[in-house]
Write a protein that binds this ligand. Sequence first.
Ligand code: ADP
Ligand code: MG
Length: 256
Amino acid sequence: MSKTILELDNVSIRFGGLTAVDSVDMKIEEGTVRALIGPNGAGKSTIFNLITGIYAPTAGEIRFMGSKINGLKPHVITKLGIARTFQNIRLFGEMTVLDNVKIGMHCRTGAGFLGALLRTPAVLAEERAITENSLEALKLMELEHKADELAMNLPYGEQRRLEIARALASRPKLLLLDEPAAGMNPQEKQTLMSMIRKIQAMGLTIFLVEHDMKFVMSLSDRIAVLDYGRKIASGSPAEIQRNPAVIAAYLGKEVV
Ligand code: ADP
Ligand code: MG
């Protein structure tokens, strides 16, 4: 029996006169890879911003493992088990690879100012846990051997994998990836694909926004298609590829 991990129930958000996400329903089953595709400006990143608490929906409800999460703060949602990467690279180039991962976790430590200052045993234990989780995440992304290098010295494909490692360090159950393969060469895409499969095999659920159709079609269990904020189709990769509305709104443009 498959279990729903994330549910969007009639979710909308308006920015002034623009309805960026319009009455979207979605159910993602635990352990699967779901893709969200559609033209630029369709509302894909906005859906990620809604799920992670950056925006609150104007209407509708978002449920994670059965509980409503819309209205919660981003760090609370991270703690519940949702992590993400961003469409544009967000790394600190002058910091080491390891520190770039650790910084993603420091914002969620329980150590108060005084504890941090005095370096109490509890704080030291927490520091150790952060380093361990970070190294483990780097290992998953096959970057452990680069832990001490500066982020800016990594090739582009590895910088993007570093961002995924940062997201994984919080030990999420659901991982949102916003255009992870953008700008990658075919070799880098191939490597990333096998790593995403590996993460899925560990039991994580993946929600993927991506324009590369080969990438999307070979990784996804199911695909949802967004156009002008509305979900115009959902189904298996084969169903989506032959859906006339999808071809008209999105896939057709690729062929042209
Ligand atoms: P996609 O990721 O599918 O390319 P986005 O989700 O980034 O699209 O954007 C969807 C629409 O919502 C766009 O028209 C965008 O300009 C608009 N939008 C997104 N965020 C905001 C915001 N904070 N304020 C106003 N408009 C926004
Ligand atoms: Mg986007």
